[in-house]
Design a protein around this ligand. Structure first.
Ligand code: GUN
Length: 285
């Protein structure tokens, strides 16, 4: 029998419903969560992501501002805008859409965002707090993965979690968060020698390698939870994850689809981070 699907779209809607209620309460206390998104250049995928963030903000009743800058904007001008947003009271979260044009220094831009407004969780201080287990704004996709696992009723404690991929945005932080949930974590990457054998030992397999349908049924222990973080555009225009869903679903336990799995959770966690940042800025719990 095919494994149950973890429906990220539905879970996202549930969480957004809770956030909308919290936002209404916060507004009664005179606080409107605010998110500023900065987009430099005209990358089509980035434009789609930014529009979707703007729409979600407006649906929730957030203050939303989108700053669209030409691709040839200087680093200095971008840093001035970030400084302006750092000081702006109605903005609680700042997101600079990546990738930035090649002439810009992404690290310098991320480092310039006020730590308490870094709703991407990319600032080195937020990353450091994640490593040492202190309170921080968590990166959205990894936080979404953990939320999906928890809401599917899966307890990570004592489980062997295997993560494929070691990026700063997904692989590394998701490994840390799984450890925080008391899983025993193995990280695999492009240079891992015996990847299939390691994956076959996983109770929970998180795949973020960026290669379409890389993981097939031969990587998966019967009944294992499979979380697919991959978003790959195929030549036929369709989206594919890093997991070969049809074959894996025949052996796995609960599994996320692409689209409709981890994807919708990323934006939801961004909204949650903005709400947390707004509460903290207003001295509320
Ligand atoms: N580009 C693609 N994903 C992301 C993200 O999560 N945050 C930012 N800032 N840029 C991105």
């Amino acid at each position: 029998m095919a494994a149950p699907i973890i429906n990220g779209k539905q879970v996202s809607q549930e969480i957004l419903g809770d956030i909308a209620k919290e936002t209404a309460k916060l507004k009664e206390q005179g606080v409107q969560p605010g998110l500023a998104v900065v987009l430099v250049g005209e990358d089509p995928a980035s434009q789609v992501y930014v529009r979707s963030k703007e729409k979600t903000c407006l649906d929730l009743g957030y203050h939303s501002e989108v700053h669209r800058l030409p691709a040839e904007t200087s680093q200095e001008d971008l840093l001035s805008l970030v400084a302006e947003l750092n000081a702006k009271q109605e903005v609680h979260g700042i997101l600079v859409q990546l990738p930035l044009p090649a002439h810009m220094d992404e690290k310098a831009v991320i480092n310039a965002i006020a730590v308490e407004k870094d709703v991407d969780g990319f600032h080195p201080i937020n990353v450091g707090n994640l490593v040492i287990g202190d309170d921080s704004l968590l990166p959205c996709t990894p936080a979404g993965v953990i939320e999906l696992i928890k809401r599917a009723g899966i307890d990570c404690a004592g489980k062997h979690a295997v993560v494929i991929g070691r990026s700063n945005i997904v692989g590394k932080p998701v490994s840390l968060l799984l450890q925080r949930e008391n899983a025993t974590v193995t990280m695999c990457h492009s240079r891992t020698a015996n990847m299939k054998e390691l994956c076959k030992q996983a109770d929970i397999l998180v795949v973020a390698i960026g290669r379409p349908k890389f993981v097939d049924a031969s990587f998966v222990k019967p009944g294992a939870v499979v979380i697919d973080v991959g978003v790959n555009r195929l030549d036929n225009g369709k989206l594919a994850g890093d997991v070969d869903f049809e074959s894996v679903q025949e052996v796995s336990g609960p599994i996320t689809p692409v689209p409709g799995g981890v994807g919708p959770m990323t934006i939801t966690m961004l909204m949650q981070n903005t709400l947390i940042a707004a509460r903290r800025a207003s001295g509320l719990k």
